[in-house]
Design a protein around this ligand. Structure first.
Ligand SMILES: *[C@@H]1O[C@H](CO)[C@@H](O)[C@H](O)[C@H]1NC(C)=O
Ligand SMILES: *[C@@H]1O[C@H](CO)[C@@H](O)[C@H](O)[C@H]1NC(C)=O
Ligand SMILES: *[C@@H]1O[C@H](CO)[C@@H](O)[C@H](O)[C@H]1NC(C)=O
Ligand SMILES: *[C@@H]1O[C@H](CO)[C@@H](O)[C@H](O)[C@H]1NC(C)=O
Ligand SMILES: *[C@@H]1O[C@H](CO)[C@@H](O)[C@H](O)[C@H]1NC(C)=O
Length: 448
C-alpha cells in the first residue's frame, strides 16, 4: 500500500517538471546589474544528469532492502511530512534526504548559470547516499568498489570539457551520510562496511558535503544534519526563538539517545554507559527540579518524531552529545535549536567537523567540552562539572547557542525575503564550498 502511495507521488515526470519550473522562476528575479555584482565569483552551474542518478532513486523509495519504506520522507522536497496537520514549521525529516533538500534549494540559488564555463563551481545533483544503499545493503554489496563509476563514465562521455576544465576541482555534490560510509579501500569487500566512492582516484578532486567528515578529510566537509524545523518566514523563526529564550530550564542535563543500557551490547566501559549510570544515580540540587534526564530513543523511536525530544530539550540547560556508532549526532543540532547547551566528549563530535557553521575558535562560548577518557576511566562526574558552571556563564552560553539557531537550520524552500536575508545551513555550506573550490582552483593553476 505504501509502495503505491510512493509511486503515485512521483508519477510520470511531475517531479522533473516541478524542479524545472522552480528553476525558471528563480532565474532572472534580479536586475542584470545587481545580479552581476552580487554573483561575481559565485556563479554555480547545475550539471544535467540522467534521472538514474537522482529521480529514479527516489521513485525506488520503497524498494530498498533492509530499510523502512523511504517514501514518506520524500514529501515536501525531502523535508518529509509535517509532524501534524496544523504544524507550520515542523516536519518528520530524515537526515538522509539532505541530497534532495539541497537540490531543491540549489534550484532557487540566485546565481545559477546555464554556462558551465562561466561557473565558479559545478553542482552534481547526484543522490549519492541513496544510490549507495544498493551497495551497503542490497544486491550490489559485493561490488562496493564500483559505487560512482557509472557517474564518472557519464561525466567523461557527456561534455567532458566541463569536468576537464579544472580537473574536477570545481565540482561538488552532497552525500547525506558520514564519509566513513564511502571510504572503504578499493580492495576490501564484504564483510567490510562502506562503499569506495571517496577512495576512487577518479573522485579525489571533487568536494563532497557529508554529514560527518573523516578525521583527516580531503574531499569532504561536514555540514549540519537536517533537523525537523524548517520555517518559511522570519515571523515563524522569531517566535520560535522567543519561545526557546523564555523556556524554563528545570533540568540540568539531558541525554536523548540510545545505547549504554544493560542488555545486548558489550559490557566494556563507554561514555554512554557512564552517562546512564550517573544519570540514574543522580541526587538532587535545589536549583533544579531534576539533575538529569534520559529520553530513551532506542530502536529509532525518536527519528521521525521530534516532539519526543524537543519538549524535554526545551526544559534542559545542557544536552549531552556522546559519540555513538560514529562521533557526530543529529541531536547536536536539535539541541542548539532548543537552546540547550551542547556538551561534547570529543572534538570529532563537532569541533573538528562543522567549521563553516560552528566556528572552531568559539566552541567554548556556546558549548562545554568534557573529555570522555576523564569520565570513563578517571571517574570525573559530568553532573558535577555542569553544576559548578556559574549561572552567569550558563546565561552567556545559552545566548550564544540562540544566536546559532538561524545558521544551523535548513529553512523551507521558497521562504520569505526576510528569512532569506539570514544565512541558513544551506547558505553557509555554499559559501564554504565556493571558498574551498576557489583556493583549490587557484592552487591548481598556480602549480601549472
Ligand atoms: C529501481 O529498482 C528496480 C527494481 O528493483 C531496479 O531494477 C532499478 O535498477 C532501480 N533503479 C535505480 C536507479 O536504482
Ligand atoms: C490531515 O489533513 C488531511 C488532508 O487535509 C486529512 O486527510 C487527514 O485526515 C488530516 N489528519 C489529521 C490527523 O487530522
Ligand atoms: C557476496 O559474496 C559472498 C562470498 O563470495 C556470497 O556468499 C554472498 O552471497 C554474496 N552476496 C551477494 C549479495 O551477492
Ligand atoms: C586531480 O587533480 C590533479 C592536480 O591537482 C591532477 O593531476 C589529477 O589528474 C586530477 N584527477 C582527476 C581524476 O582529474
Ligand atoms: C549507579 O547505578 C547503577 C545502576 O544504574 C549501578 O549499577 C551503579 O553501581 C551505580 N553507581 C554508583 C556510583 O552509584
Amino acid at each position: 500500500m505504501n509502495r503505491k502511495k510512493g509511486m503515485g507521488m512521483l508519477k510520470g515526470s511531475g517531479w522533473a517538471l516541478l524542479l524545472m519550473l522552480m528553476m525558471m522562476l528563480s532565474v532572472g528575479k534580479m536586475t542584470a546589474s545587481s545580479e552581476e555584482e552580487e554573483c561575481e565569483n559565485r556563479w554555480i552551474h547545475i550539471r544535467k544528469l540522467p534521472s538514474r542518478f537522482n529521480l529514479d532513486l527516489l521513485a525506488n523509495c520503497s524498494e530498498y532492502l533492509m530499510l523502512d519504506d523511504l517514501c514518506p520522507y520524500l514529501g515536501n522536497h525531502g523535508l518529509g511530512q509535517k509532524t501534524h496537520n496544523r504544524s507550520r514549521s515542523w516536519y518528520r525529516t530524515d537526515p538522509s534526504m539532505l541530497e534532495l533538500v539541497f537540490h531543491r534549494r540549489m534550484l532557487e540559488y540566485p546565481c545559477l548559470t546555464q554556462d558551465p564555463m562561466r561557473a565558479k563551481a559545478i553542482y552534481l545533483p547526484y543522490y549519492a547516499g541513496l544510490d549507495a544503499l544498493r551497495y551497503l545493503y542490497g544486491s550490489e554489496s559485493n561490488f562496493s568498489a564500483l559505487h560512482g563509476l557509472h557517474l564518472f563514465h557519464f561525466l567523461q562521455q557527456d561534455n567532458p570539457q566541463i569536468w576537464a576544465r579544472h580537473m574536477a576541482h570545481d565540482h561538488f555534490l552532497v552525500m547525506a551520510r558520514p564519509a566513513w560510509d564511502f571510504s572503504q579501500p578499493l580492495t576490501n569487500d564484504p564483510p567490510f562496511w562502506g562503499t569506495s566512492f571517496l577512495e576512487l582516484p577518479q573522485f579525489f578532486n571533487l568536494t563532497a558535503l557529508t554529514l560527518e567528515a573523516r578525521a583527516w578529510p580531503w574531499q569532504e566537509h561536514a555540514v549540519p544534519y537536517p533537523t525537523s524545523f524548517h520555517p518559511l518566514n522570519l515571523g515563524l523563526l522569531e517566535s520560535w526563538i522567543t519561545r526557546v529564550r523564555r523556556s524554563k530550564r528545570s533540568i540540568l542535563a539531558l541525554f536523548a539517545g540510545g545505547g549504554g543500557g544493560g542488555g545486548g551490547g558489550s559490557s566494556s566501559p563507554n561514555i554512554r554507559r557512564s552517562i546512564r549510570s550517573e544519570c540514574e544515580n543522580a541526587t538532587s540540587d535545589p536549583s533544579y527540579e531534576k539533575l538529569c534526564e534520559i529520553v530513551d530513543c532506542s530502536n529509532g523511536v525518536c527519528e521521525h518524531d521530534p516532539v519526543r525530544f524537543m519538549r524535554p530539550m526545551l526544559q534542559a540547560s545542557f544536552c549531552l552529545q556522546p559519540p555513538g556508532d560514529t562521533p557526530t549526532r543529529r541531536s547536536t543540532f536539535d539541541s542548539i535549536l532548543a537552546g540547550c547547551i551542547p556538551v561534547f566528549f570529543e572534538d570529532l563530535s563537532a569541533k573538528s567537523q562543522y567549521g563553516w557553521h560552528l566556528p572552531e575558535n568559539e566552541f567554548e562560548d556556546f558549548s562545554v567540552s568534557i573529555p570522555k577518557e576523564e569520565v570513563v576511566f578517571k571517574g570525573l562526574r559530568i553532573l558535577n562539572v555542569l553544576q559548578r558552571i556559574p549561572r552567569s556563564k550558563v546565561r552567556s552560553l545559552r545566548k550564544r547557542v540562540l544566536a546559532l539557531i538561524p545558521n544551523v537550520l535548513y529553512r523551507k524552500h521558497d521562504s520569505s525575503p526576510g528569512l532569506k536575508a539570514k544565512k541558513d545551513a544551506f547558505d553557509l555550506a555554499i559559501d564554504g564550498t565556493l571558498d574551498k573550490i576557489r583556493s583549490r582552483v587557484q592552487e591548481l593553476h598556480s602549480v601549472i
